[in-house]
Design a binder for this molecule. Structure first.
Ligand code: COA
Length: 336
């Protein structure tokens, strides 16, 4: 029999500096009404010049420790999902291991799956625990996207923001990970990217600006096709109906994507959680931020079933069905 796992604690953090739609009006040819209508985003949070992804991760884990009255020094694996690591190497996870006083015997690595990264991280944490080889895995989704956003490109700079969300996944008697589904299609690698050592893929010469470049319409169409199909496959495999899902938590890319996806799944939109209105698209951080918004305002309760679904660059997607079973929260979360 494989070992069960559950998420026992959560913590989140966003930087203090706000970038509103009105601020963007002064930077590019855009306006608040266009951004709100096309995306649902009102503002985003932006890191200071001397604030990096590892700093956001630490602040999210500190929120987790304070709220749940726990330490993380006995964690035996650290996974950081991010597209904006402090360095290509060493990993942000190694920096966390040291700054959080986690044992040098623990595993630590970054995970590159863009906006699906946090859900990929949950899947890996569950797998590490199910194998019996690990018992306590810290999964963090964190981004400093403002540092790689092109603030002269109005089609992308209105979307992205910075933030972090952390969860602890621990071995447990009952398995609260109820099902998963994931995939990747590199034929769409050139649809949303930032160049690295090369600027060519799929026979396409990429824009080598060091900034995020996106074919928004293509990604939009792909996600509207892929996510409802993926959710359906996940549910079929888990033997669970969509009506049994209390909270649908898709990646917070755009409200105009979440609404039709809910419609296709016949899922009431009010039973979805998203973080984009106040934080924009925070890639790997968007799903834990959305879940925590629901926990912080009391909508989400222990025992609820949540379906998390990340999607984005790769093109990559990942879904995870979990029953929420946190240890009771003993302290107030740090205000965001
Ligand atoms: N303000 C004002 N006008 C803008 C604008 C802005 N910020 N950005 C684009 N426009 C203009 C375009 O130039 C275009 O003008 P035209 O018709 O004169 O050519 C028009 O608005 C429509 O542009 P389009 O790109 O078709 O808009 P859209 O409705 O597809 O919305 C996105 C653009 C990026 C918001 C949307 O495509 C999207 O969210 N895509 C998915 C992104 C995603 O999921 N990423 C996941 C990986 S992170």
């Amino acid at each position: 029999m494989t070992q069960g796992a559950r998420i026992t604690a959560i913590g989140t953090y966003v930087p203090a500096k706000r970038l509103t739609n009105h601020d963007l009006e002064k930077m590019v040819e855009t306006n608040d009404e266009w951004i709100l209508q096309r995306t649902g985003i009102r503002e985003r949070r932006i890191t200071r010049t001397d604030e990096y992804t590892s700093d956001l991760c630490i602040a999210a884990v500190e929120d987790l420790m304070r709220r749940f009255g726990i330490k993380v020094d006995d964690v035996d694996f650290v996974l950081v999902a991010t597209s904006t690591p402090d360095f290509p190497f060493p990993s942000t996870a190694s920096i966390l291991q040291n700054r959080l006083g986690i044992s040098t015997a623990a595993g630590a690595m970054d995970l590159s799956a863009a906006c699906a990264g946090f859900v990929y991280g949950l899947h890996l944490a569950h797998s590490l625990i199910a194998s019996g080889l690990h018992r306590k895995v810290l999964v963090v989704g964190a981004e400093s996207l403002s540092k790689i956003t092109d603030y002269t490109d109005r089609s992308t700079c209105i979307l992205f923001g910075d933030g972090a969300g952390a969860v602890l996944v621990e071995a447990s008697e009952t398995d609260q990970f109820l099902g998963h589904h994931l995939g990747s299609d590199g034929s769409g690698a050139h649809q949303v990217y930032r160049t690295g050592l090369t600027a060519s893929v799929n026979g396409v010469e990429l824009t080598d600006s060091g900034r995020i470049v996106q074919n928004g319409r293509e990604v939009f169409r792909w996600a509207l096709r892929t996510v409802p199909q993926g959710v359906q496959e996940l549910l079929n495999r888990a033997g669970i109906e969509m009506e049994q899902v209390d909270w649908f938590i898709p990646h917070s890319a755009n409200l105009r994507m979440i609404e039709p996806i809910c419609e296709k799944l016949n899922h009431p939109f009010e039973r979805s959680l998203y973080s984009l209105v106040e934080y924009g698209n925070t890639s790997a951080a968007s799903i834990p931020l959305a879940l925590d918004l629901g926990i912080r305002d009391g909508r989400v309760k222990n025992g609820d079933v949540a379906l998390l679904y990340g999607f984005g660059s790769g093109l990559t997607h990942a879904g995870q069905l979990v029953r929420l079973d946190f240890d009771p929260m003993v302290a107030e979360p740090t205000p965001l």
